[in-house]
Design a protein around this ligand. Structure first.
Ligand code: GLN
Length: 470
């Protein structure tokens, strides 16, 4: 009830696309009954959670914040959603995002942008003292980051205790950093993608947004494991995730990738990053500079691979099978074209166009195949660094704290995404686990996060280190 009341109070944040109040209340009743009757409880019994609106939810509209899927009601649950429900979680609703998770601000969805709850914190308002005219124009509020900004705002505004995001290039970690949360991207293959409407199949993973590392570990324990419906999930049985309290970090080797010290990095984030490295060193860890020499190609490489997979993935939205269908019916081809023109925003259409260009017979070798080779080099950089004895990498998550909406939309989506994903993107190419942990407040009173990157499938070790740091 309390969480539902917060959802109502914070409606102006635009965190939710659909609030599933009836579903949540019914589940809460069942949970309570189980509790009262002394029946065994699930790991999440009675815990309110929210789910990004690109995960299929049986009987609940799933839109991807796109005209294309408005009104689409899936007949099944994504595996991760089913697992949450099986453990007793209460589904509060579906959260807002950039259309089809393409973006890094949560500003591009058809239901409008998500507002960062920190915009309304007393500290931020006092420090910033926005001018009245700015307030009228709407520049007084900050973006959440994205594309899982609705999930981040939902957790940060206390409307739920955990939310699912998706992470293809940073979409869980980036909004977590901007909203003062833990944002965890599991190893690729640890958590099922079945029912997550794909952006880039080879990089997408369900992400977890919570207020603490322990909470993230509990949710990971519920979600992780093989799914016969997702052939890329690992076969090995997953042991329950236990996050011990590290007493010391004496035997730990922390790598600081020198390529991440980019000129665009704000001085505040830079200084927190170096303070964090000093902390590890002062507590006995070995902190060394490492090199990921191919990182500089990751954004352009991502662009080729992402748009190519998008071009292929989006082919299913033809007006026949799902959601929107145009009234223009002079021919089947005209109906396809009109449906896609009306259904997708500029960003999605632009990516489909780019992807089809890269996949043309005459371009395929030169772009798509080359990008795949570069992706391997980027991934191998991590293998080399970890092979040399580094346990974990410590990096910034974002260039700065959250920026005001009006500042953010000055640049076009592609430029923004490219800049914003700079610290998070390569991890998806390599399939590694990574977590953003809130570290401190900026001078303006806004949260800043730092990122830890771990060895593939050492998610538990990564979270253990993140918890020590938290
Ligand atoms: N910003 C990136 C993009 O727009 C990543 C998005 C994501 O992780 N979903 O593609």
């Amino acid at each position: 009830q309390k969480c539902l009341s917060f959802i109502k109070k914070t409606k102006f944040l635009n965190a939710y696309i659909t609030v599933s109040e009836d579903v949540a209340l019914k589940q809460a009743e069942e949970s309570e009954k189980r509790y009262k009757q002394g029946q065994p409880l699930g790991d999440l019994d009675g815990i309110p959670v929210a789910v990004k609106d690109n995960f299929s939810t049986s009987g609940i509209e799933t839109t991807c914040a796109s005209n294309m899927l408005k009104g689409y009601i899936p007949p099944y649950n994504a595996t991760v959603v089913q697992k949450l429900l099986d453990q007793g979680a209460l589904l509060m609703g579906k959260t807002n995002l950039d259309e089809f998770a393409m973006g890094s601000g949560s500003t591009d969805g058809v239901f409008g942008p998500v507002k960062n709850p920190w915009s309304y914190s007393k500290q931020y308002r006092e420090k910033r003292q926005p001018k009245p005219c700015e307030e009228e124009e709407g520049s007084g509020w900050l973006i959440t980051g994205g594309s899982s900004g609705g999930s981040a705002a939902a957790v940060a505004a206390f409307t739920c205790f955990a939310a699912l995001g998706s992470d293809t290039g940073g979409s869980t970690r980036n909004p977590a950093a901007h909203c003062g949360l833990v944002g965890f991207k599991p190893s690729y293959g640890l958590v099922s993608r079945h029912g997550l409407i794909p952006l880039v199949n080879s990089m997408d993973v369900p992400g977890i947004l919570t207020r603490s590392v322990d909470d993230a570990a509990i949710v990971l324990g519920v979600l992780a494991g093989h799914d016969p419906k997702d052939s890329t999930t690992v076969q090995e049985p997953i042991k329950p995730f236990k996050i011990p309290n590290l007493t010391d970090v004496n035997n730990l080797c922390v790598g600081i990738p020198k390529e991440y010290l980019v000129p665009e990095l704000s001085s505040e984030v830079r200084s927190l990053w170096s303070q964090a490295a000093d902390l590890f060193e002062s507590k006995g860890a070995k902190v060394i500079e490492v090199s990921l020499p191919h990182t500089c190609y990751s954004i352009v490489c991502y662009h080729v691979l992402c748009t190519s997979e998008v071009a292929s993935n989006m082919a299913r939205f033809d007006g026949l099978q799902y959601g929107h269908r145009s009234d223009i019916d002079v021919s089947t081809e005209a109906m396809y074209a009109a449906t896609r023109r009306e259904g997708f925003n500029d960003v999605v259409r632009g990516r489909i166009l780019s992807g089809n260009f890269f996949l043309l017979k005459e371009n395929y070798e030169n772009y798509f195949i080359k990008a795949q080779k570069v992706r391997r080099l980027i991934a191998n950089d991590f293998v080399n660094v970890f092979g040399s004895g580094v346990d974990v990498l410590l990096t910034p998550t974002t260039l700065s704290a959250a920026v005001p909406y009006l500042e953010f939309i000055k640049e076009d989506n592609r430029t923004r995404s490219a800049q914003d994903d700079i610290f998070t993107q390569a991890v998806n190419m390599a399939g590694l686990p990574a977590v953003s942990v809130p570290v401190a407040l900026s001078n303006q009173g806004l949260p800043i996060g730092l990122q830890f990157i771990g060895h593939a499938f050492c998610d538990q070790q990564l979270l253990t280190i993140a918890k020590w740091f938290e």
